[in-house]
Design a binder for this molecule. Structure first.
Ligand SMILES: Nc1ncnc2c1ncn2[C@@H]1O[C@H](COP(=O)(O)OP(=O)(O)OP(=O)(O)O)[C@@H](O)[C@H]1O
Length: 274
């Protein structure tokens, strides 16, 4: 019998007290998958993430990690498998970058224990992996937004998770930093077998970097599949109300890759769609 998938979400319903936002959500994720979650503003991507992370109680359905329902897991047991990279923010205190990264080890430390030398070494290795070791002694409050994003990814990697959930890891990054951060994420997935679920508002991130795409349409249904299957001109028109064409743009290791370009009728894209 084949082993269960790393993450299996079945018939999941999410929302807030008295308000269901999404229902019937189902997908699986294996080690080495980079899944991009796409969908229009306000459709429920953050709500789904919060539910996967157990920050919001599920309204129905199941979330299984390695075949086990996560309901009732302690925070520590959950954090040993799942890491979370929030959008970069500036904390009120000027912690050093290495102190921020070593916080990722908390899930592996005893209650009230200080980080050990081994914990510090793992934190340094995580920074190394992302080419960010030179930042170790900098105050976290005085580095750039792109650097902060790398530091938050390093903190999540120091946690040694099997699954990383990333909320718009490229938001607020300039073009160069977007490419660098996405390149690092893809390399980690390819080299270490880490699985990643990330949101993005750029379909080209999904087309160029994801192994799979999960797209929430305006009807709240989730379509899951290969990037070029899911990100079609019809999906972009229905979801974002824009006319696009998908140009073949073979990339190293991805001969089937496409790039989303403005279509013939850009005026159609103006204004919200109901
Ligand atoms: N704390 C809350 N209580 C009640 N409803 C909420 C709460 N937070 C969000 N919502 C509602 O849930 C719906 C989905 O919001 P969510 O933030 O998950 O969307 P999203 O897809 O992440 O949007 P965006 O792309 O704009 O970040 C929206 O209608 C929103 O108003």
């Amino acid at each position: 019998m084949s082993p269960p998938p790393l993450l299996a979400v079945t018939d999941l319903a999410c929302g807030y007290r008295g308000r269901r936002v999404l229902g019937g959500i189902g997908f699986t994720l294996a080690a080495g998958d980079l899944l991009c979650l796409l969908g229009p503003n306000g459709i429920g991507k953050t709500t789904l993430f919060k539910t996967l992370l157990r920050l919001l109680p599920r309204l129905g359905g199941e979330i299984r990690l390695n075949g086990r329902d996560v309901a009732g897991w302690t925070a520590k047991r959950f954090a040993a498998v799942v890491g979370y990279v929030p959008q970069a923010h500036v904390p009120p205190f000027p912690f050093s970058v290495s102190d921020v990264v070593v916080l990722g080890r908390v899930a592996h430390m005893g209650a009230f224990a200080a980080p050990s030398r081994a914990d510090r070494l793992i934190a340094t290795q995580a920074l190394d992996l992302l080419g960010a070791r030179h930042l170790a002694e900098e105050p976290y409050t005085e580095i750039s937004g792109g650097e902060r994003q790398l530091v938050l990814i390093a903190r999540a990697l120091a946690q040694s998770p099997s699954l990383l959930i990333m909320d718009e890891p490229t938001a607020n990054l300039d073009f160069g930093n977007q490419l660098r951060v996405l390149g690092h994420i893809r390399k980690l997935v390819e080299d270490s077998g880490l699985a990643v679920v990330m949101t993005t508002h750029d379909p080209n991130h999904a087309l160029h970097h994801a192994t799979r795409v999960a797209a929430l349409g305006r009807d709240g249904r989730l379509a899951v599949g290969a990037p070029t299957e899911v990100v079609s001109a019809a999906f972009l028109r229905e979801t974002y109300g824009v006319s696009c064409r998908l140009a073949p743009t073979p990339l190293p290791g991805r001969p089937e890759a496409r790039t989303c370009l403005p279509g013939d009728d850009p005026v159609e894209s103006l204004g919200p769609r109901g």
